[in-house]
Design a protein around this ligand. Structure first.
Ligand SMILES: NC(=O)c1ccc[n+]([C@@H]2O[C@H](COP(=O)([O-])OP(=O)(O)OC[C@H]3O[C@@H](n4cnc5c(N)ncnc54)[C@H](O)[C@@H]3O)[C@@H](O)[C@H]2O)c1
Length: 415
């Protein structure tokens, strides 16, 4: 190897060889020793600086189990329910890792959480797709989770009938990947977000956890398949599993920090509360009530609306009470059904806007009447819904909506 000599010099002097004889070039030797010395000094400096760097001195707090700290992976934590759950967990001193691909969620929700809990080791956000096996493996090998709350999913009944494969992939197949990684990396607790859509349209109301599950749309079927995978796996595993079947989730953080902000392009698919607020704000001309000929007292569908604050409380209770080798399955609802017409009236009162209502024919995949029997969760987890005033839940959510006209995009107002 040659150091520091111009290329134009004769070959002999460059190579240190003259007339076929090798001899040491004293200048070259001095230069070589100097370079080696410099390289050693630089290497030593690098090692010193790396050792001084805090991130190298101490491994990431997310990468090891810390006694007394429960580290929860919240998948879908940039979404509506996941972000509220993350907020509650952080308030309760859990360590939280959020994984989300932001396909439906909002970075703004993550930012709110990061601003509320900036201390090291409280919250980390990993942007990743749970359908990507390599990413999922990397996440589980680089972090030590005590529990997983698996919220991430596409979750619109209408969309699932139009694009069923997307639903089986995103819900069923991704849950399998998450479960495999949990098993491989010894994560001991799973709280799974399931849905009353797994019951389909049962003959008998209210729905108990024993009600047979005959889902009637791909969304419900994909969730039921994911449940089945989890249940079969549990038979041969020590994992503590809680499956929570939510009814219709409404409301938002009573302190106004988080809200529900579906992507504008998903408005058409959206849920009734989003549509109600969009109508009240004049973003859409009015509400479309789909189906007035159901066998219900006023002909519109009946649903059980559960406030998100109650729902995340059920998650925390489920996490606390999850037992190794056992599976708990619980309905999370109020136990009371409200018709779409009742909902619309509550929405008009909550927003103070006389929303225009258009009545249309039924939407494919919808069912007439769904409400829960929540007595099992009361008995076993000591949980019951507290925020059961529909109008009040909508008022709270409406305050956030008014203050965040572009969702998390340009939040300006202070409540
Ligand atoms: N909202 C309801 O009324 C309701 C009712 C019953 C059950 N659920 C269930 O609750 C969970 C959360 O629902 P939500 O209303 O908060 O929905 P949401 O769309 O607001 O949140 C879902 C989140 O998951 C993320 N996500 C989706 N696919 C992903 C992937 N492949 N990788 C990483 N992240 C991904 C999205 O970006 C989003 O942030 C879902 O599992 C849903 O099926 C919701």
């Amino acid at each position: 190897m040659l150091f520091g000599r111009p290329r134009s010099q004769p070959r002999a002097s460059r190579s240190g060889s003259l007339g076929g004889m090798d001899y040491p070039d004293p200048k070259r030797k001095g230069s070589f020793v100097g370079k080696v010395f410099l390289a050693v000094a630089l290497t030593a400096l690098c090692i010193f600086m790396i050792k001084q760097s805090p991130s190298m001195n101490s491994p990431s707090p997310f990468s090891f189990h810390e006694p007394g700290v429960t580290h929860v992976l919240v998948t879908g934590g940039a979404g509506y329910i996941g972000s509220h759950a993350a907020l509650r967990l952080l308030k309760e001193s859990y360590r939280v890792t959020i994984v989300d691909n932001l396909s439906r969620g909002n970075l703004g929700a993550i930012r709110v959480l990061q601003e509320l809990f900036p201390e090291p080791g409280r919250l980390q956000f990993i942007y990743a797709d749970l359908g990507d096996k390599k990413s999922v493996e990397k996440i589980f090998s680089e972090n030590k989770f005590d529990a997983v709350m698996h919220f991430a999913a596409v979750a619109y009944v209408g969309e699932s009938t139009a694009d069923p494969l997307k639903y089986y992939h995103n819900i069923t197949s991704n849950t399998l990947l998450v479960l495999e990684s949990m098993a491989k990396h010894g994560v001991t607790t799973l709280i799974y977000s399931s849905t009353c859509a797994t019951y389909g349209e049962p003959e008998k109301m209210p729905i108990t956890e024993e009600t047979p599950q005959f889902p009637i749309n791909p969304y419900g079927k994909a969730k039921k398949m994911a449940e089945d995978i989890i249940l079969d796996f549990s038979k041969t595993s020590d994992m503590a599993v809680m499956i929570l079947r939510y009814f219709n989730v409404i409301g938002s953080d009573p302190e106004g920090r988080l809200g529900e902000a579906p992507r504008p392009e998903l408005r058409e698919q959206g849920r009734i509360s989003g549509a109600c607020f969009d109508a009240a704000r004049g973003i859409i001309p009015g509400l479309k009530v789909r189906g007035t000929d159901y066998k219900t007292p006023d002909g519109t569908c009946i649903r059980d609306y559960i406030d998100v604050t109650d729902l995340v409380d059920a998650h925390v209770k489920a996490l606390e009470k999850a037992q190794s080798g056992k599976v708990g399955i619980y309905n999370v609802g109020t136990g009371r059904g409200r018709s779409v017409n009742e909902f619309v009236e509550a929405c008009k009162k909550a927003t103070g806007v006389d929303i225009k209502v258009e009545y249309l024919s039924r939407r494919p995949g919808d069912y007439a009447e769904v409400y829960s029997d929540p007595s099992k969760i009361l008995r076993e987890l000591n949980w019951s819904a507290q925020y059961t005033n529909l109008q009040e839940s909508l008022e709270v959510a409406w305050r956030w909506q008014k203050a965040h006209r572009d969702g998390y995009g340009t939040s300006t107002a202070v409540l």
